[in-house]
Design a protein around this ligand. Structure first.
Ligand code: BGC
Length: 732
């Protein structure tokens, strides 16, 4: 439809029809066939069921087509319904969770994964995915860190942009793609004390320098939607924050797509106590420019009255409706309301060998090796025991892969059986214990305390027998999938008591011990690190988890993942991130540290820093060479290192560029990531890796409240993690 026709359509619509375009209803309402019959036992009025402009949570080609047909036929202007869904890291073929994608340091992995998700979801009738999440995360207590690509704005920005491109492709009418929604605007990851939905207090310079850039990258990549966040930002809930939405998002960032509230976030302004009624909440949200009210009555029950009484201008309504119509139009829904929905196509494009191969490659690249001594990995002994609740576990997704079928997951046991039957090596498996203790609030544990203890005792006995038999044990432990995601904040970043006990008992029996931890957040791992010969992290790996893990454990591939978030020594260090300030009293490396920035009982640094991860080989890096030492506006500096694989196997190393601004009008972080490159180096070979340093990389929100580069000294560091001290100075 042409833009002029859309305008004509808008002019023909009644106020009721317009308002209801701004209402999103939960899928269940439609699944009851409410839209078809106009009847529903829910509390939602009949006209809302008939005319609401979008829905979330429904998928399946047949179902979507049926609902769409009835909806379009019933609609006075035959406007199609928009179907949205949380396709976060997989529709049917589940990729590693976003934190795992962050660990790959490979935006192309994220792009390809998003492309697969879009294709599968679109064939199933989905038009919009509520992904990617651009929230910067620095506090592992917050369960939603699993949905982020990590603690660094630069890495997040690259990943978010890549995902938007993967979901949307170049043309939204192409039915292999879906529209993408960047969320949760803004600074949701800064929730105080890591408690979900909490308030966020941020200075403007930290907000702008650290928290906003990743969303901006997604918007610049063309994301068609943005979602508001649940939190307050400096006292104002996002859905009613006019400055944030109208000024920062729309004006400064130039976003002109659809702004949707998070689930019930408009109505929640009443709970926050910023609005006395839903009517007032609706007014605040409209003024802030929130186009769609997700799943509350705030808009449909109040907008007409607010407009008729003159409290909000009718132009605000038209503006919002037009944005929704434009999105429907860009998706090609006026021409083809069924868009990609096709049972036949869904069968053809879903869980294909190609999709699985993309997922498996992503898993391999996402695994992070934190320790490897006594040549524990790769596995090369004759008798291997895989022990732990993750050995034959199908739920390798996060709680945000909601549309997949976990039966399609390849478990570690399945992959190991297949791989090792072709070798001389014998393998045995044992569960060891149930994954959860009974004291969780997840509702997954069906045992009584007595039964659970008896069951764990039995499982432990078998595990110890198997451990005794083996030359090497791989313990597969981790968090339950439902311990990550929304409303899953934790103050103990540990594993269950049963798993801890299993670990200690098995470690006494094992000749060599590899610990594999499947999780969705950084954990405190000291006791596991100490007693394991090797320790590897798999951030919830998805459908091909088992295969990808065995590819690495067996040595078919060398690990190359790097931590996208710092792993602490202690929960007390949270929030912790590498790009912190040095303070006026830095703790000296040696000597007394009295009256300096320190903990009495813990180092300042994390246990494993951002960007850390081992390979199966050894690498050396040369000093940083700069082609000049003065940066000017028109000529960048090329910084080069030589990276040598001095070990015995071919491996991929992630080379990272960090810059430190030695002095600025505002205090500058001790280091900031400005570039990274994955390089494959054959054993014994070396490669030169170069980064171009340009003026824009040095900009920050200066004392003049503007993004500028200040003259002065800088250090460019190039290394294999954020702790690198391999630097060279230059000035600007
Ligand atoms: C979450 C969003 C999600 C939405 C729709 C909310 O509870 O915060 O991330 O997209 O639900 O399911």
């Amino acid at each position: 439809m042409k833009k002029t026709d859309l305008k004509a359509l808008l002019d023909e619509m009644t106020m009721e029809e317009k308002i209801l375009q701004l209402v999103q209803l939960p899928g269940a309402t439609f699944e009851e066939d409410a839209a078809v019959t106009g009847l529903s036992d829910s509390q939602i009025p009949e006209n809302v069921l008939r005319l609401a402009g979008s829905t979330l949570g429904i998928f399946g080609a047949e179902k979507v087509k049926k609902i769409q047909k009835a909806y379009v036929e019933n609609h006075p202007h035959h406007i199609p319904l928009l179907f949205m869904l949380d396709v976060i890291h997989g529709h049917k073929t589940v990729m590693p969770c976003p934190l795992g994608l962050g660990a790959t340091f490979d935006p192309e992995v994220a792009r390809k994964g998003a492309e697969v998700q879009a294709k599968e979801a679109s064939a199933d009738g989905v038009h919009v995915t509520f992904s990617p999440m651009g929230d910067l995360v620095r506090d592992a207590r917050w369960g939603r860190v699993v949905e982020s690509t990590g603690e660094d704005k630069f890495l997040n920005g690259k990943m978010v942009a890549a995902m938007v491109k993967g979901y949307q492709g170049d043309d939204l009418t192409d039915t292999d793609h879906v529209a993408s929604c960047v969320k949760h605007f803004a600074a949701y990851g800064g929730a105080e004390a890591g408690r979900d939905y909490n308030n966020v207090e941020l200075s403007e310079h930290t907000l702008r320098e650290q928290y906003l850039p990743a969303y901006k990258e997604g918007i610049d990549a063309g994301a068609r939607l943005v979602m508001t966040s649940f939190n307050t930002l400096n006292g104002i809930p996002s859905s009613g924050n006019k400055w944030l939405m109208r000024y920062i998002l729309r004006k400064e960032m130039g976003f002109d797509g659809v702004l949707i509230s998070d689930w019930a976030a408009i109505a929640e302004m009443k709970n926050w106590g910023i609005a006395e009624s839903l009517r007032e909440a609706a007014k605040l949200a409209m003024e802030a420019g929130v186009d769609i009210d997700m799943c509350t009555e705030s808009y449909y029950a109040n907008l007409e009255d607010l407009i008729n009484s003159g409290e909000i201008d009718k132009s605000l309504l038209d503006e919002a409706v037009m944005r929704v119509l434009e999105l429907k139009n860009d998706l090609g829904l006026f021409e083809d309301p069924y868009r990609g929905a096709s049972e036949e196509k869904a069968k053809k494009v879903t869980l294909t060998a190609e999709n699985r191969a993309i997922a498996r490659d992503a898993v391999r690249k996402s695994l992070v090796l934190l320790k490897n001594e006594r040549e524990a990995l790769p596995l090369k002994v004759k008798r291997i025991a895989f022990i732990g609740p993750y050995v034959d576990e199908k739920e390798l997704r996060s709680s945000w892969a909601i549309s997949c079928d976990s039966k399609t997951t390849v478990t570690i046991q399945e992959a190991a059986t297949k791989f090792f039957e072709k070798t001389e090596c014998k393998v045995k498996f044992a569960k060891g214990c149930e994954m959860l203790d009974n004291n969780t609030d997840l509702g997954f544990n069906t045992f009584t305390q007595e039964n659970l203890e008896a069951e764990n005792k039995k499982l432990m006995a078998k595990a110890l027998e198997v451990a005794d038999w083996a030359d090497e044990v791989v313990l597969c432990l981790g968090e339950h999938f439902a311990q990550t995601g929304e409303s899953t904040s934790k103050v103990n970043l540990t594993l269950s008591d049963a798993q801890r006990k299993l670990f200690h008992e098995v470690s006494k029996k094992s000749k060599k011990l590899v610990t594999l931890i499947i999780c969705g957040r950084p954990l405190v791992l000291d006791e596991y690190i100490e007693k394991s010969d090797a320790l590897m992290i798999s951030f919830r790996p998805g459908t091909e988890g088992g295969n990808g893990i065995i590819d690495i454990l067996s040595g078919e591939y060398s690990p190359s993942g790097k931590l996208p978030m710092s792993f602490p020594y202690s929960v007390g260090q949270e929030p912790i991130h590498y790009d912190r300030y040095i303070t006026g009293r830095p703790k000296p490396a040696e000597g007394t540290s009295i009256f300096t920035t320190r903990y009495l009982d813990c180092p300042n640094e994390p246990r494993f820093c951002f960007g850390y991860g081992l390979t199966y080989s050894k690498f050396e890096i040369s000093n940083v060479k700069l082609d000049k030492d003065i940066l000017t506006d028109d000529a960048g500096i090329t910084a080069t290192v030589n990276v040598k694989n001095t070990g015995r196997v071919d491996a991929t190393q992630v080379v990272q560029l960090y810059i430190r601004d030695m002095a600025g009008s505002r205090v500058r972080p001790i280091k900031e990531l400005k570039g990274f490159e994955r390089v494959e180096v054959k054993a014994g070979d070396s490669v030169d890796v170069s980064f171009k340093i340009t003026e824009d990389m040095l900009r920050f929100f200066t004392i003049k409240n503007a993004f500028e580069t200040e003259h002065g000294k800088f250090t460019a560091y190039i290394g294999f993690d954020s702790d690198t001290e391999n630097g060279a100075e230059f000035s600007y």
